[in-house]
Ligand binder design. Structure first.
Ligand code: NI
Length: 226
């Protein structure tokens, strides 16, 4: 399941992120890639210790924590601190790869990557190329969102970023472990949650809506780990 959140950032949040990024210094993007991914990766990234990284991370994490659609789709248990990357000039692409299954959190614990997300920070008209292509069982999806919008996709899918041939593409990307490990179960819960939201808005809290809401929570109770 590929879910877009359009937008995740408010205009003010996007402006703050951009002013921080304008002051930041970029490093080689291979610093966070595993051996196989490093061969495909050719971009730039903010290194750990970059002085503006903590503020940028806080900004993205706050926006995620306030977004109900993100919560419904990801059912996040642990979100690793977001990264920031730039595709421009000679460092302009990331070939086909799958994200590593396990990543280390800052506290040393391991996080299983169930979901990956990309938050677009450059206006799509300001650069050429730089599509995020995600393969799933229905084919390949090419994604290029407005600045401030986020796409959430299964970490298990093969994906790539096509070469940026004009301008620069700045984005944040992040990995998370879901309370619900199985992607099919996550999709059922998301679809049910969205349908219930619609029912609540159109017909209100009828007895049937209350019962179905109970069923949603009882499924979540069966399937969720904390
Ligand atoms: Ni990736």
């Amino acid at each position: 399941m590929i879910v877009t959140i359009d937008p995740l950032l408010s205009a003010d949040e996007l402006a703050s992120a951009r002013s921080l990024l304008a002051k930041a210094s970029w490093s080689d993007g291979r610093i966070t890639a595993g051996a196989q991914a490093a061969l495909a990766k050719n971009n730039q990234q903010l290194a750990e210790g970059e002085q503006h990284l903590p503020s940028l991370r806080r900004l993205v994490m706050q926006a995620l924590s306030h977004n109900a659609i993100f919560f419904a789709a990801a059912l996040p248990l642990k979100i690793l601190p977001p990264f920031f990357n730039r595709y421009a000039g000679a460092a302009n692409t990331y070939g086909a790869h799958v994200d590593g299954a396990m990543r280390q959190a800052p506290d040393g614990s391991h996080v299983r990557t169930d979901l990956s997300a990309t938050l677009f920070l450059s206006d799509p008209d300001s650069y050429d190329g730089g599509e995020l292509q995600i393969d799933d069982t229905f084919g390949t999806h090419a994604i290029k969102l407005p600045a401030g919008s986020l796409v959430l996709y299964p970490s298990s899918s093969v994906h790539r970023v096509t070469p940026v041939t004009r301008g620069e593409r700045v984005a944040s990307f992040m990995f998370m472990q879901s309370m619900v490990r199985d992607a099919g179960r996550r999709r059922l819960l998301y679809e049910m949650d969205m349908a219930l939201l619609q029912l609540r808005e159109t017909i209100g809290e009828t007895e049937a809506v209350v019962k179905l809401t109970g069923t949603y929570h009882n499924l979540l109770r069966q399937w969720a780990d904390s």
